[in-house]
Design a protein around this ligand. Sequence first.
Ligand SMILES: Cc1cc2nc3c(=O)[nH]c(=O)nc-3n(C[C@H](O)[C@H](O)[C@H](O)COP(=O)(O)OP(=O)(O)OC[C@H]3O[C@@H](n4cnc5c(N)ncnc54)[C@H](O)[C@@H]3O)c2cc1C
Length: 482
Amino acid sequence: MDYDVIVAGGGLAGMIAAQSVSYYSNERLSILIIDRNQQLSLGKKTINGWVCGDAVSKAAVDFMKERIKVEWNKPEIEHHVKGVIAFSPDKETSIKFDGAGYMLNRKQLPQTQYAHSIKHGIDFNFGINLVDLIYDSQNVIGVRGYDIKSKSVYKKTAKVIVDATGVTSLLRNNIKNTDKMEKKINKSDIESTGRHIMYFDNDGEKNLREFDSEHCLIHLDQDIAPGGYAWVFPKGDNKVNIGVGVEKSFLEMRNRRLHKHDNLASLINQYVKRNKSIKNPRLSESLNDRSNATGTWQVSVRRQNDCMVSNGFIIVGDAAWMPKPLDAGGIGPAIIAGTLIGKNIVEAIESKDTTENGLWKYNTDFIKEYGYKTAGLEIFRRLLQTLTNDQISYGMKNFLGSSDIEAISSGKHPDFTVLQKINVIIKGVLNKQLINGLKFTAKQNKWLTNHYDNYPKTPNEFYEWNKQLHQKLDEAYMTISK
Ligand SMILES: Cc1cc2nc3c(=O)[nH]c(=O)nc-3n(C[C@H](O)[C@H](O)[C@H](O)COP(=O)(O)OP(=O)(O)OC[C@H]3O[C@@H](n4cnc5c(N)ncnc54)[C@H](O)[C@@H]3O)c2cc1C
């Protein structure tokens, strides 16, 4: 073997995973990070840049700092916020969640991560496009690709390969040594998202529902962001990350309903234009944002992959579909999984069992820390996408009790206890549908979190567990789409 561990993809998740392996092995294990970008473009997702909303909760960053002693500071942290506020379409109701957080500079962050990794003895190979895995019988033992400049064939082997190549991962798509790991997802579980990083004159209209330098703002609105949401995240008093995420089929329905022909780019530009607090906006030309001021990319909004390990292979971050189904926040779960993964890999290598069985605990550790709630949130997201603006505004105003707001604040599915007790006669078919839908997702969520609490401790029990999961999910998808 060339290395103990190879991390495919030197983006946010890949570098944390490598740093975690280094930390838990006391730098004993040899680690190689491979990326298709050159060093100065590490973490770049597409030709359009390091496309992201840039927001992350302080709690997630602290989780990494406490466990694997990796700290993020200035300049990768550009701005501090006190939390995220989501507004109903009529803007009359708002919910605050996630607590204190940071606005990152995603272009700078990989450079800080790179410096830290080099200091801890991690090797890098740049400019390599990985296309496949190398197998020895049923075990993954390496990666195969080509050198982008010379076009020469590239191969490297290791005891464990970590796939952190993001949502479009070819390695996961073509995995051959497992029938437990999912290879592809439904198109409807992917949001098309895009954003601008802009400076503006801050003597525009003062309206904290449109721009708040202390809070990340989310606008739920099926006309502005069909099947998704729009955001105004502050990067300073006169700097903003402003964007829109949509689900394609809901965008098409919205266009038919409003007789329009909008696409993601036109929706983003209209969203910027209608914001009177952001006066005279212009794309950032600062060096820190060069080649990163505007761009679109995709993000998954479903539960993480049902199984994240196979013999010699393990997936993390967007490659494992970790972003939170409700708000597409993928940095937090990537930090959590990246932090945990090192311990699982080191234990597997030290016990000389890097098979699916030896790596299995990564599944249960991630589920215990974060993944237990994602299937429930996926169902809730599917319901939310079907609601009209009036239903969302009505529901947020009338059906969210304090325990629900608390649940949402900590990223969990609300129980809608208010609804369970409701005796008054609710007027209107749409509101009855809404109540039934909310009660239904709350019930499904209870079952799903309980099911994830019982995620199999060994690979053998997986098939039965997974069968039950899919029966429940299929039933829920059917009910919601009726
Ligand atoms: C518009 C938008 C807004 C978002 N906003 C937020 C937000 O505000 N907060 C939040 O928490 N999350 C947000 N997300 C999600 C977040 O950006 C991702 O979850 C996060 O970047 C995932 O990191 P990753 O390392 O798993 O993948 P990526 O960031 O995609 O990194 C993948 C890395 O792998 C490399 N790579 C890919 N393929 C290959 C290959 N074949 N060979 C070699 N190398 C390869 C790439 O060069 C890159 O360095 C947003 C996403 C989008 C698209």
